[in-house]
Design a protein around this ligand. Sequence first.
Ligand SMILES: [Zn+2]
Length: 305
Amino acid sequence: MKIGKWKVKLLPAVVFALALAVLRNVHSVPSPAVVTVEVRVKHGDMVVTGPLEEYLVGVVAAEMPADFAPEALRAQAVAARTYTLYCMRSGKHADADVCTDYRCCQAWRGEEDAEKLARIRDAVYSTAGEYLEFAGQAAFTAFHSSSPGFTEACGAIWSELPYLVSVSSPESADSVPGFVSRVDIGVFDLRDTLLAACPDADFSAPPEEWFGEITRDESGRVSAAVICGQVFTGVKLRELLKLRSTAFTVDCADGIFTFTVTGSGHGVGMSQYGADIMAMDGADYHEILAHYYPGTKLASLNLSS
Ligand SMILES: [Zn+2]
């Protein structure tokens, strides 16, 4: 089945909101110069094939507030384009290039008001075809919401990459809503959650003694914590306890564990709030990308009009 520029495969009985929203975007704005690359996007059980740049409009809309500075939105557009090209090369999904699950690939949304959509489209089309290259290939341009002063090295979570090292990031509690968050967990809830993941942990000691040594990496995030004789990684604790990042401290009082968490996201690659502050301080998107992905270089796909 073919609808406009989009070929829809595995189409369910009712045309999905995704396809409708994409079509609305495609048809409502005059076509600027577009990259000829097409991308297969998996959304639930459906795969939609369409122009890369149109897909990126929906990614930037979902991944970054539209009122961020234009140069931050451009940096986001290039990071999202690069990540998409990386996924296309890596064969992450058997039946598609990327999916719309933010936990797996990149978020995507088709609804946006006209003013915000104009800002996002400008960011995507003013950088059309531009991506970051390392060693001749599209880089793994991970990004996240905010960092506690420094980004995370890729090797702390995934494999080491020379352009995903820990770098400074300028955001703070003054510039990021919810920069410092707090999670309270009752001692029995904490015990049950950790036991479910690690049945060998011995919780016979008083709760105040459950947490042993906490190891932090160079960015200040928790790399590991000894709890009741067992080692939990910071990444695992973040997942189990639903913390916004691995940059946390923990206290125990009156039967409650209190986790105080700084920043949001895995911390690897570009910080979106950091990018916005850099842009407001005068940096252009080249400078923002060079800061968060050092050693990569800006490249361009062939364009056609
Ligand atoms: Zn995916």
